[in-house]
Structure formats: structure tokens, C-alpha cells
Design a protein around this ligand. Structure first.
Ligand SMILES: [Zn+2]
Ligand SMILES: [Zn+2]
Length: 225
């Protein structure tokens, strides 16, 4: 098969251990060279949103949120750089669901590191996508998701890209809660899951709805920041 990013033919270099562990039998989707272009967030990140920086100070976005008294810790695995933008373009905007395989195992492990929590995915606002690009990144056999957040009809199919950063920040509540699931999150440690953390608005809109039902701080985990 060929790499989805550079079209080079993918040669699988399987070690004896890989074959024994069935590791590389997963569909690789992209070649090793393209895989290495993704950058993991290292320890030099903002402590509250994981933005990659050259120091570990609280970043300007987080200072702004703190001034609004909306505490939240976001943890992210990868940097939203050119390689990740290319991935998101293909995965999210061209609906290439097979690309979810690329980060599924890793993102699932990352979520499991949160410990004893309940996981609430951020729902997709654009129904044209036909699949939820957040939940497709998660191994559902290992992580149980509580889809208590629902998208309000008025928020459906809004063109995010056409609105600038702070218009998004100020936008109205796009979600509502599925009342029947409230008992499952009540007084639990809630982890919100999304694909990208950009301004932090979306996760805070979710926190606003969920916070009255739990006595613990709600945090989020995203694939990239
Ligand atoms: Zn490639
Ligand atoms: Zn920050």
C-alpha cells in the first residue's frame, strides 16, 4: 500500500518481535518518514493547556481564562504544527476515517493515564462530516464514553473556519445535556475529550454545563494543542 501523505510505497519492516506481538499488522496508513514529522509536546509546555513553548510558564491564553475564573487543565499529546494540520485536513475535512488508526492506540493510552474518571466526548457540530472525528480516535473497548453533551440545533453546521478566533471565544453555548445521563457523571471526575485545543472555548462551554453536577474540577484531554 501507499502512504496517504506522500504516496510513497510503504514497506513494512517487521521484526520477529513485531510479528509475535501482531504489532505492525495494523494498517500503517502513512510511511515512517511522514510519521516522524509529527511532534510530541515535550516538558516545556504551558502547565494548564500544554501549549508547546520555550519555557513552562502559564501562557497568555490561560492567563486570560484565569482572569475569568475558569480553571481547567488541558493535556495534549502532539503539537498542532504543519504535520498535524496536514493530518487534520485529510482526516477531519476530507472524512478519511481510516486515518484515525494512526493515533488510536496512543491516544487511548493517553486517556487511560487519567485514572479513575468518566470520559465525556465533545460532540461534533458539523453533521455533514458523517462521523465523529473525536470518538473515532478512541478504542471504545478500552474507554467507555458518556455522550451526555449534545449539540443544539442552532449550533449545527456553523462554519467555524469563517469566524475569527475571538468571535469563537465569545460565541453562545452550543451544547445541552442529555438529562438521562446526569446520574452517570454526578460528582465524578470528568475528563472532556476533543481532537484539538485551540482557544479553549469549546471545552469551557462544556464545563459550564457540567460543573453544576460535580464537586470535582473538570479537565480535558486533546490529541493536539
Ligand atoms: Zn509518506
Ligand atoms: Zn496555556
Amino acid at each position: 500500500m501507499n502512504c496517504k501523505f506522500c504516496s510513497e510505497f510503504i514497506t513494512l519492516e517487521l521484526s520477529f518481535i513485531d510479528i509475535l506481538s501482531f504489532k505492525s499488522l495494523e494498517n500503517p496508513q502513512i510511511c515512517q518518514k511522514c510519521r516522524e514529522k509529527f511532534t510530541y509536546i515535550d516538558e516545556m509546555h504551558c502547565p494548564t493547556c500544554y501549549r508547546q513553548q520555550t519555557n513552562s510558564d502559564v501562557c497568555s491564553d490561560c492567563l486570560r481564562w484565569q482572569a475569568n475564573r475558569q480553571p481547567l487543565i488541558n493535556r495534549a499529546l502532539l503539537q498542532y504544527d504543519d504535520a498535524m494540520r496536514g493530518f487534520m485536513q485529510a482526516y477531519k475535512y476530507h472524512y478519511d476515517i481510516e486515518l484515525a488508526q494512526l493515533f488510536k492506540a496512543e491516544f487511548t493510552n493517553f486517556l487511560q493515564s487519567a485514572g479513575a474518571v468518566v470520559y465525556v466526548p465533545i460532540p461534533v457540530k458539523n453533521t455533514e462530516r458523517g462521523f465523529n472525528q473525536v470518538t473515532a480516535l478512541i478504542n471504545r473497548q478500552q474507554i467507555q464514553l458518556i455522550s451526555i453533551l449534545q449539540v443544539r440545533e442552532a449550533a449545527l453546521n456553523q462554519k467555524q473556519a469563517q469566524r475569527n478566533r475571538w468571535q469563537r471565544v465569545q460565541s453562545v453555548q452550543p451544547f445541552y445535556l442529555d438529562d438521562e445521563l446526569i446520574s452517570q457523571i454526578s460528582n465524578q471526575k470528568i475528563i472532556l475529550i476533543d481532537d484539538i485545543y485551540t482557544t479553549g472555548t469549546t471545552v469551557r462551554q462544556a464545563v459550564e454545563l457540567l460543573a453544576p453536577f460535580t464537586n470535582q474540577q473538570i479537565d480535558s484531554y486533546t490529541l493536539c494543542r
